[in-house]
Design a protein around this ligand. Sequence first.
Ligand code: PEP
Ligand code: MG
Length: 939
Amino acid sequence: MSTEIKDKAKATTTMGPKKFVFSFKEGDGKNKHLLGGKGANLCEMTQIGLNVPPGFVISTEACLSYLDHPGKDLPSGLMAEVKRQIAEVEKATGKRFGDPDNPLLVSVRSGSAMSMPGMMDTILNLGLNKKTLKGLIGQTQNERFSFDAYRRFIQLFGKVALGVPDEKFDEEFEIVKKAAGVKEDVALNASDLEDVSHRFLKVVEENTGQPFPDDEYEQLEIAIKAVFNSWMGKRAVDYRREFRITPSMANGTAVNVQTMVFGNMGNDSATGVGFTRDPGTGENVMFGEYLVNAQGEDVVAGIRTPKPVAEMAREMPQMYAQLEGLRQKLEQHYREVQDFEYTIEKQTLYCLQTRNGKMNTTAMVRTSIEMANAGLINKDEALLRIKPEMLDQLLYPRLDPKHKVEPLAQGLPASPGAASGHCVFDADRAEQLGRSGQKVILVREETKPEDIHGFFASQGILTSRGGKTSHAAVVARGMGKPCVAGAEGISVDVKLRQAVIGEKVLREGDYITIDGGTGMVYEGEVPTVEPEFSNDLKTLLSWADKVARLKVFANADTPDAARRAVEFGAMGIGLCRTERMFNDVDRLPIVIDMILADSLEDRQAALDRLEPIQRQDFKEVFKAMSPRPVTVRLLDPPIHEFLPNEDVVVAELTHLNHLKTTIDGVNNLYSSLRLIAAEQELKEKYPSPFTMGGADLVRQAITKKERMLKKIKELHEVNPMLGHRGVRLGLTYPEIYKMQIQAILEATAECQQEGIEIYPEIMVPQVCTAVELEHVKSYVDEIRERIEKERNIKLKFKFGSMIEVVRACMKAEKLAKVAEFFSFGTNDLTQATFSFSREDAENKFLPFYQQMNILLDNPFEVLDVGGVGKLMEITVQWGRRSRPDLKIGICGEQGGQPDSIKFCHHIGLDYVSCSGPRVPIARLAAAHAKLGEATYTYS
Ligand code: PEP
Ligand code: MG
């Protein structure tokens, strides 16, 4: 914007009445909050010299002022400003609003600061009435085109601004099509369309009780109000709630009034939508679809199947070259992939709108790499444009390439990923079934914005009409859900709740699978496979690792999990829960023997059998992670967790006792029979069903079960998570911890002696006082000394503490004198801080708390920075007072959650540790945390 214009705008704002209307030439292209995304862009596009049809924006402030006004009147002076702007547009186009000879027609569109695809309504061809229609016919010499424009306007205006149901118009339209004997709209001639317009005018009058407004300014005023009202429409409100769009992100919608240009003025006209790169793959090619002699809505609504843009290179080579030029200009200016709409009116290309393209993650990653490599953006920008959570999409399953299932139908691959579910044919049903926990695929002829709740509830979307830029495709891609669009072999019947594909009838509830990567549709559930990391993703994450200060470790408990964690890019293991190693079939019986042991000797005997197994596990984990650190946590859960449930044991005992009674009875009978028959004869006649050995076995089993039951009762605790677990268990049964420490240190010694570079760490859980730590440390020292002497080596490892008890936070300074590292166990620390049971809260009251906005997030998922975070912050400061180089990390679930990672970076942790598949997300989040540290705030 020129300084002069800026100054003028400022002056009007500060000195006179508030300025609500801005021409595209003057509006600040960066002020989306005021002008909406679309409006700001139109201003920016105009000001960088793109060929944009002239127009103006009515600000979001005007919208808020209108909605605030009890009588719903437009702010005073607004229509006068609008008239002045229309006069400017008239000057620029040489046309006049309402002129019967050379009429100016405009579009009226909504647009808020955040992109809400399809959320708001649009009116086209405004300004048409009986007089101007004649002018349009005279001007274009095209009656068909003019009546077509008129009937479109009446329908859109009737629906959007006057609330007349779409079906009323559709019914009339069908009557005319039938009478004319045509299937496609394009086959209707001028007089058919004239008939349609008359019928539509009647529809409006019948449904509103008023004639259709003819005055162009009255039309404009009604349209502006309708757009403002749509901000509070159900669809828009639902969308904002679902995506948590707060007033600070978008407040009110702007209205864009713009000169109409027509792609349906003949075969030298066209309309299209495009992406500057392929939004499915990220490939640097022009992507999109167009229709010759058509209006924009035809492409988006999927009414006619559009052609791929590559065909334009043959069909309209000059226009294609211009489009290519536009693509380059858009990317050079916005430095981001653009999703744009254009119209060619009699060989002149107009750019109607552009916005940042919504793409799936594969495409985001690829474009980040390629745009950075081409110097269009820098590496930091390449990282920042991808939300870490998006990488989740790359973890979506694909169809197993080895499957042999024949597809039922094929459509366009509109949004990648594979999904299976029960067919449903309307959005309400999808929502209903989805809520009840069922997996559903929403199957529609085409989707409309009012289907949005069905999208949320579905695993995937299948449509029988429309292209890759249809509503279904765009919305599904934005949500990262698989979508197959335009599967024309499917005929959907919503009333009968079924879809017919050739001979096959799919009824509601039938299971299908869709593959949004290939466009195939299958009957039943087709097996899926996990995706692999692409080279682009590897490159991106390697850039992230260079930027990030936080290291990203994985929580992994077995050698296999460790190997997988390395594939995800884990830089170490932050938590190896040793108890998970106990759960294997060959180990559990030994663990149970250990628990049931009544004497120290018996317990030691069981531990002696466990030690070599644990040692081998540790060695394999260390090797898999070499040369990365591995933090092994000593036994943590209450040991009753390894025993069966009391009810099960009681039931088994009852069975065994019945069996024993039966055996005793049969054996008694056998002995009694001996009294009446010779033994030899008895053996021949009645062989004993039970040997004495069998009876003994049953007795032994009963004794063992009884001991187990007794132990279960002994170990029973009212609050096991706050009971005999962690270090408390380790100190009361020191032989258990000593066995584990020995296994870790022996494995360490073996690796060191084999020349494998390893960094083991021994971590003690549930610590609340330094004295507990000192005790365990004394076991470690004793075992270390022995092994060092026996093997004549110096063992290298660290000793540290988990911080998951509030008291441990308060005593951090003291704990750090013994511990060389801390790891926040924020699952337990959250439980302890809130006094919410981590076992029960999430399915009892937490969802309600979130619904009521008592808590914004589930604190077991997203770190509660205000409470738990505060404790962590204090702990870090106090811990480092006594040990400045204290290594500190987090290994609770929140360690893989991007917002929590930002906080961990902020308080100076050294690493975060999370489950393997979340490691890539955490790596990117760690880079974001570093790049955003200067502006980071939290509350
Ligand atoms: C924790 O409490 O955060 C933790 C990692 O330990 P666990 O979940 O095993 O109790
Ligand atoms: Mg814990």
